[in-house]
Design a protein around this ligand. Structure first.
Ligand code: PLP
Length: 445
């Protein structure tokens, strides 16, 4: 079913590809090449089997090698490889929007298609700002993000994001008027919490401080990840997101949830908004939408936002925004097949059943040398390691590498190891992941 093992390229053949978010020279000196995948596993180009503890990159939620998705994409490409969605349409795009609206949080039933999480974020920011203008509040141009937030790599996303390495080179080119809430990670108060931490809901009140500083009449929207993934798994304290929602409502500010990693079942509901019972006005998604098979993103908008644009002469293009590949037919086919799998196999709620096993696995690592925190929610887990003096990130990298050598792929962010396995993971595989990770932590201490 899968392709035969690939030929391993010579080192000299690795130069042309400028790899994203990669230490290129380090990687090319000691490459890790994946050649095929099925179920919970990858196989390296040398034929070694690797247990995937991160769903590729938080996206392969239904596991690898899903024949139904490949067949749907092949059939679509054979029928019609491309159709524009500017002043034209094709049936699968409308079908997919309806299917997504049906699993969305209440009222978020207007869907704008993109090709990635970054594009979803920049689209949502543009919709938020344009919405304020459309309803006669053009003075609301500011967007509030959060420290340590990751919202992709577009100029909008890095402006509201709060990861210094993504920002420092581009400081002069950022969106104007952006401010940031404090992040909610506190080892002092919340280390080794099981599930959502109890301390920290009051940090949402910092939004009132920013509103007092800038005035609500200048603020279009607040954007946060319900759970930050890329910054190393930062969980919302109990009550925090509800408080943010209340403050936004009080001041008529839009709330955007970036659900690029939490969307499509990661914490036991289709979206984190449902799991946390907080409904945003806009929601950004990508990754799990197509099981990672074809690039695609989607922005979910509240009806009131869409309706605010639907005024003026009918021949007017209401929103000057879109991508050539918005609702690409092959991506729509992949997404529809993915949603079928999710529904048939109950995957959008499976993380709720497995959460206790994930919790057990992650917290079994408490007490190992250098482990300063373990945290979890749904099928997300993280282990934070004490940084080595003067060499931040080196310990995390060594653990990541050791795990890979021993057949488990984890994700490293600095000295934090993140786990987000496909939602088809079996409890025994969660135990294996913890065992291999624990061994790697011990052996690199
Ligand atoms: C919360 C969040 N937003 C946006 C993105 C960017 O997505 P992409 O890499 O598809 O542009 C990511 C990627 O990890 C993410 O975690």
């Amino acid at each position: 079913m899968n392709a035969k093992p690939a030929a391993v390229p010579a080192k000299s053949e690795l130069e042309a590809f400028w790899m994203p978010f990669t230490a290129n020279r380090q990687f090319k000196a000691n490459p890790r090449l994946l050649a095929r995948a099925e179920g919970m596993h990858y196989w390296t180009a040398e034929g070694r089997r690797i247990l995937d503890a991160v769903a590729g990159l938080w996206c392969v939620n239904a596991g690898h090698g899903r024949r139904e998705i490949a067949d749907a994409v092949a059939a679509q490409l054979a029928t019609m490889e491309f159709a524009p969605t500017f002043q034209m349409g094709h049936p699968a795009a409308f079908e997919l929007a309806n299917r997504l609206a049906a699993i969305a949080p209440p009222g978020l039933d207007r869907i704008f298609f993109t090709n990635s999480g970054s594009e979803s974020v920049d689209t949502a920011l543009k919709i938020a700002i344009a919405y304020q203008r459309a309803r006669g509040q053009a003075s609301r141009f500011r967007v509030i993000g959060r420290e340590k937030g990751y919202h992709g790599v577009g100029f909008g996303g890095i402006s509201v994001g709060g990861i210094v390495n993504n920002r420092k080179f581009f400081a002069a080119s950022m969106l104007p008027g952006v401010d940031h809430l404090p992040h909610t990670l506190s080892l002092e108060h919340n280390a080794f919490s099981r599930g959502l931490p109890q301390w920290g809901a009051h940090l949402a009140n910092e939004l009132e401080r920013l509103i007092a500083l800038h005035d609500a009449s200048t603020i279009a929207a607040v954007i946060v990840e319900p759970i930050s993934g890329s910054a190393g798994v930062i969980l919302p304290p109990v009550g925090y997101l509800k408080r943010l929602r209340e403050i936004c409502d009080k001041h008529d500010i839009l709330l955007i949830f970036d659900e690029v990693i939490t969307g499509f079942g990661r914490i036991g509901s289709p979206f984190a908004a449902q799991a946390f019972e907080v409904t945003p006005d806009l929601m950004t998604t990508a990754k799990g939408l197509t099981n990672g098979a074809i690039p695609m993103g989607a922005v979910f908008a509240a009806r009131k936002i869409y309706d605010a644009f639907m005024q003026g002469p009918e021949q007017t293009i209401e929103l000057f925004h879109g991508y050539t590949y918005s609702a690409h037919p092959a991506a729509c086919a992949a997404a529809l097949a993915t949603l079928d799998i999710y529904a048939r196999e109950g995957l959008l709620t499976r993380a709720a059943e497995l959460a206790p096993r994930m919790e057990e696995a992650v917290h079994s690592l408490r007490g190992l040398p250098g482990v300063i925190d373990t945290r979890n929610c749904g099928l997300i887990g993280a282990v934070e390691l004490e940084p080595r003096s003067g060499r931040p990130g080196s310990r995390g990298y060594d653990v990541f590498l050791k795990c890979f050598e021993r057949g488990v792929m984890v994700r490293q962010t600095g000295d934090i190891i993140a786990l987000s396995p496909p939602l088809i993971v079996e409890p025994a595989q969660l135990a294996t992941i913890a065992e291999v990770l624990g061994g790697a932590i011990r052996d690199t201490a």
